[in-house]
Design a protein around this ligand. Structure first.
Ligand code: AMP
Length: 437
């Protein structure tokens, strides 16, 4: 049986062009995060299962790629019918950040603004835009309760989207505390509130009538009538009267309104309070937000405040607010817009006339690189036709050849691969400025 050449389902290879686009996006996002004062951190891909399970990961905990114990420990676990795994691949960057903070906080500024970019893994069913290995690009502020954190994190992400050509991304804001206050005020039984949130979360995707029917079954008529005025007020995206929602939790609402106002003052106009925005993870404790784009059915990223997460590691509760960019969906948008396409090829591609002249070619490439030029070197010898084809495929601006005549005269033949023009030049000319006119 032959070994498959395809990566496993949900995992992908990337050709150079796709890598260029991904690098472009990572570069822009990193630059923007840095410009807002976020500092880069990196954490290990593999975590102890105790870090990944138990609290906060919600549904994602079911999607952990677990790593088998090894050697004697595996044998012992098998014999005892015990837990066979002790490690797992991280499924997001937030739990690793919390562990990182618990370990290193004495060496970090306070509050700490971190950004974290890297792959995460989830054992879910692969489909378009949903993979088993995908990138996340998180920005977090740990150690501050101020709503300035929400403004900073959201502004940084909107700026990154804008730099990539998506100034029309929208941000939806809500507050978990406000949702629970509205449910309590409506008289929703406590035991049903979690389910009610799941139903309300569907308002953006499914017809309002079916959500209402589900809520009626869960809560009964009176609470649903009250929720029409609060949590369901803005479901259609119309400018709604949110005064009843505000009355359910004035303090939380005013904080949200302040965040929206300050984002608007920073020039971000596509911001709105959306009472039906829930966000999936259990660990959010206050404001939540989600980025959307008209061309995408799902979100372009999201986040919120998760003040209690670091308690898991034994320390005191530390306030934290962060967001994650849905990198793979962003890449779908970039692919469509053409932004971030592979950059130009090298300035020069040095060809190798034959074995007797390969040292001259190598020397020329060395000299060009030392002078700060980008210079590819054909890694072999062979027919010049094939070498020119290689230089074209690499999108080089000029092909350089040192044949016997050029070597004897101390010159280089330079061919402009766009115009086809050929010139005999001295190596110095190439180093200084080429073409010189
Ligand atoms: P979550 O950690 O589930 O809140 O997801 C954060 C972001 O990661 C979401 O906004 C999605 O865009 C993105 N995301 C989640 N799951 C996947 C997946 N399987 N493949 C690609 N992107 C994903």
């Amino acid at each position: 049986m032959s070994i498959p050449v395809n990566p496993p389902s949900g995992f992908r290879d990337f050709l150079p062009e796709a890598c260029a686009r991904r690098e472009f996006a990572v570069r822009v996002i990193s630059e923007v995060y840095r410009s807002f004062g976020f500092e880069p951190i990196a954490t290990s891909a593999v975590e102890d299962l105790a870090v990944l399970t138990g609290k906060g990961g919600g549904e994602n905990e079911k999607l952990i790629f677990k790593i088998l114990k090894r050697g004697d420990k595996l044998e012992a676990a098998r014999a005892a019918n015990g837990e066979l795994s002790d490690l797992g691949l991280r499924f997001d960057l937030t739990l690793p950040l919390s562990r990182f903070y618990a370990k290193h906080q004495s060496r970090l500024p306070h509050p700490f603004k971190a950004f974290h970019i890297g792959p995460v893994w989830r054992a879910e069913r692969a489909q378009k835009g949903r993979y088993r290995e995908f990138y996340q690009c998180d920005a977090d502020i740990i150690g501050s309760e101020s709503p300035l954190c929400e403004v900073e994190v959201i502004s940084a992400i909107l700026t990154a989207f804008e730099r990539m050509g998506f100034a029309d991304a929208t941000v939806h804001l809500n507050d978990r505390a406000l949702v629970y206050a509205a449910l309590a005020q409506a008289g929703a039984p406590e035991s049903q509130r979690g389910q009610a949130c799941i139903a309300l979360d569907k308002l953006d995707k499914t017809p309002r009538e079916s959500v209402e029917a589900e809520l009626l079954g869960l809560l009964g008529a009176e609470p649903v009538a009250a929720l029409q005025k609060t949590l369901m007020a803005d479901a259609a995206g119309a400018a709604a009267d949110l005064s009843a929602y505000e009355a359910a939790g004035p303090q939380s609402y005013q904080r949200l309104a302040w965040i929206a106002k300050e984002l608007a003052a920073s020039g971000w106009t596509h911001v709105r309070v959306n009472p039906s925005l829930m966000r999936g993870l259990d660990y959010y404790t206050g404001p939540v937000f989600e980025f959307r784009h008209a061309k995408l059915s799902g979100s372009l990223g999201g986040g919120g405040r998760y003040d209690r997460l670091s308690e898991k590691f034994g320390g005191p509760a530390v306030p934290a607010c962060g967001a994650s960019i849905g990198f793979e969906r962003l890449l779908l948008l970039l692919e469509e817009s053409g932004a971030g396409a592979a950059s130009a090829g090298p300035e020069f591609c040095v060809l190798v006339f034959d074995e007797s002249l390969r040292e001259k070619s190598l020397e020329l490439a060395r000299r060009l690189r030392a002078a700060g030029k980008t210079a590819d070197l054909y890694p072999g010898t062979g027919k010049l036709k094939a070498q020119f084809k290689y230089a074209d495929a690499k999108r080089a601006a000029h092909a350089l050849i040192i044949g016997p005549d050029e070597a004897a005269a101390g010159l280089v033949k330079a061919k402009n691969l766009k115009t086809g023009e050929e010139r005999l030049v001295k190596a110095e000319e190439l180093v200084e400025k080429y073409p010189s006119q």
